[in-house]
Design a protein around this ligand. Sequence first.
Ligand code: NAD
Ligand code: MG
Length: 379
Amino acid sequence: MSNSVAATEIGTVPVALGDRGYDIVIGEGLLADPGRWLGDLLLRPRLALVSDETVFGLYGDGVMDALAKAGIRADRHIIPAGEGAKSFSELERLCSALLDFDIERRDLVLALGGGVVGDLTGFACAILRRGVDVVQIPTTLLSQVDSSVGGKTGINVPQGKNLIGAFHQPRRVLIDLTSLDSLTMRERRAGYAEVMKYGLIDQPDFFSWLEDHGADVLLGDRPSQAFAVAQSCRSKARIVAADEREQGQRALLNLGHTFGHALEAHAGYDGRLLHGEAVAIGCVMAFELSARLALCPPDDADRLRRHLQKTGLPIRCEDIAGDLFKGLGADRMIALMQQDKKVENGMIGFILARGIGRAFISRDVPMPVLRDYLKSILP
Ligand code: NAD
Ligand code: MG
């Protein structure tokens, strides 16, 4: 495979996309010696680093020092922390900065941070000089198991999230598990929802493993984290390699997301409802709707709810603090779901399940069943 590196740390997961293929290198302490994990990708000893204020405050000096010691000149651009940075104005600032740094097409840009840094930087790299190389260095659990892999990049606009973007695969993904230590438990749980999603889609054994070891992943047990992150990356890599541009099976990764995105749109994107929390509630909805349609045993929906509750993730809108979901009735929820990118000819695409580990794509959920179900669970 092209772009390979001999990783000796915890493990490497290849993403098999031919000449756009790359490795996800998973390890501990990778940030202390980034030159070692990037050297073969550099045509000249310089790069640009993009991060947000929070992540740069935690890890920036260490990474900059390590790059300097390795003889690599790094210019840096720091964005504000939070979803608001996925905007046209930050995109413009970032592109100008990269041009001012004289970043050329074959130079590397490092995206050090969570999904916000990764999505904005990836998009800037997709359009700068018609495509500059990016290396994703995800620092949240969510970005390590989901957003850094697969090449989806983009920004938000008032009309919706991620509506402006491009596919732009990274040249490598560097996952340093030690960066999980500084995350709040709430952020860890939100990322965990995406980990669990892979089990729900097509890996019932992984879901069972999570039922036994999920708490260890959240509490920081490194071997458990390594296994969960690697297993998630393998899942995502396999699905992306089979369907890079989401013409078919990649849509399975949206399990819980059609509902979840509607909840996020209603709540606004101000941090009161995290994406992973919306996905957790959305997965419960997908399983309960499947059970209502007699596609899935009710016991499996029950098992999912029990696991989420044990993990401390929400299963219902009421589990989120405040009155965020006041006024969200079934009709508004359906209208919000119709805004989804996955709508075709006005038909909402649903990811349903025949059981845990048996998700499938459906475009023919009867509206009355959907409406009745939503009425029964919305506050
Ligand atoms: P984020 O990047 O906003 O990070 C969450 C918060 O944690 C931020 O305040 C950040 O500064 C902070 N943070 C990051 N790393 C930290 C660390 N190690 N220690 C302490 N604090 C840290 O959010 P996220 O949850 O990583 O990602 C969400 C974004 O990812 C959304 O915009 C979503 O649309 C996007 N996303 C994209 C894809 C994709 O395929 N491209 C997939 C899923 C999600
Ligand atoms: Mg997601």
